[in-house]
Write a new protein. Sequence first.
Length: 72
Amino acid sequence: MSWDDIEDIIFDGTEEQIGAVSCPECNGDLKLSYFPLTKNIEIRCLDCKTVVRENGVCEEPKFASLGIKKAV
């Protein structure tokens, strides 16, 4: 799984798929954050500390509408 795959899942995946994503670099747990005022997303690995940010997204990601904060 790549970071691009994770991006696809957090926008369009099921609750189960979103909850099952893990860091593609170390297989660690991910913290998912959405900032609606700036329309930014942050995905942070809780193990290797890799951070991926997406700025100015067009729509609210599905993980945010479902209230998912952490993928295990």
